[in-house]
Design a binder for this molecule. Structure first.
Ligand code: OAD
Length: 249
């Protein structure tokens, strides 16, 4: 993969780089994306049946089982070269802000400590009522697990359709988008707000936009550099071209 020289110069000189990742970065770890036409989760399942507060109220067990199945896939997955390349960028620039829409925790497992999770994390659970408890739960074959403190159903600590994003995460992501010199959009279709608007917020404040994706997206016409390919190939190539050999050699 040829990385444009202008881009390497820009990255080397940047005081602050921000990156937004989506399901595409974890595809090479074996996790399914949402909107890929054949293999995406939303090609097979309807979000309104599984990923909304109404769906959970209607059938908590169905929703729980679906997330338990996804949690299992996440626990078997390993970070890939794309995740490690971003960890490497974090070591090379004075300030690096990593923002993800993914709930799989693979960035943390690749060594990223200060991650902004816009859509929560599938490995955590919380009480669906307002008691706020996040304790332990028991898997039961015939029922969704319940909060040990108040007895309400537990739910995955993720953002569902129709729910607000976590305020602190959103504020931190917006601040990063508005102050970064370069904004990288990696493996996301850009179909879901508010995450998709971050790239535009960055551009409006003068940041250069760089996109890494297998395919063009609605953002592509706006970006300064479109690097087409797998993030597990392109991101390490970007790190090597910019800063020399990284962790993957
Ligand atoms: P999508 O499934 O919408 O988009 C995945 C993107 O990754 C597509 O643009 C693919 O072309 C690209 N892609 C696939 N494999 C890739 C690879 N190996 N390297 C680079 N790019 C690749 O996933 P997201 O944009 O993450 O929200 O979806 C955003 C949100 O929609 C998710 O967080 C989820 C979903 O509904 C909630 O559940 C709230």
């Amino acid at each position: 993969m040829d990385i444009p020289h202008d881009l390497t110069v820009l990255l080397r000189g940047a005081e602050h780089i921000a990156a937004l990742t989506g399901a595409g970065i974890s595809a090479e770890s074996g996790l399914r994306t949402f909107r890929d036409t054949q293999t995406g989760l939303w090609a097979q399942y309807r979000p309104e049946d599984l990923a909304t507060p109404k769906a959970f109220a209607r059938n908590p067990k169905l929703v729980w089982d679906w997330y338990a199945w996804r949690r299992e896939a996440v626990s078997e997955a390993r970070p890939n070269a794309g995740h490690y390349a971003l960890t490497e960028i974090g070591r090379r620039v004075p300030r690096f802000t990593l923002i993800t829409q993914n709930v799989d925790g693979l960035h943390q497992r690749a060594g990223n400590r200060d991650l902004i999770e816009l859509h929560g994390n599938i490995t955590r659970v919380r009480c669906s009522a307002s008691c706020g408890a996040v304790t332990s739960w028991e898997e039961r074959p015939d029922e969704a697990p319940r909060c040990v403190r108040c007895g309400a159903f537990l739910r995955p600590d993720v953002v569902w359709f129709g729910e607000a994003l976590p305020r602190a995460a959103l504020d931190a992501a917006l601040e990063a988008a508005r102050t970064c010199r370069v904004f990288l959009s990696i493996g996301t279709s850009g179909m879901v707000q508010l995450a998709a608007s971050l790239a535009y917020a960055a551009k409006n404040r003068g940041a250069a936009l760089v996109e890494i994706n297998l395919e063009p997206t609605p953002l592509t016409p706006k970006v300064d550099f479109f690097l087409q390919g797998k993030s597990g190939d392109v991101s390490p190539a970007l790190v090597r071209a910019t800063w020399g050999a990284g962790r993957d050699g």
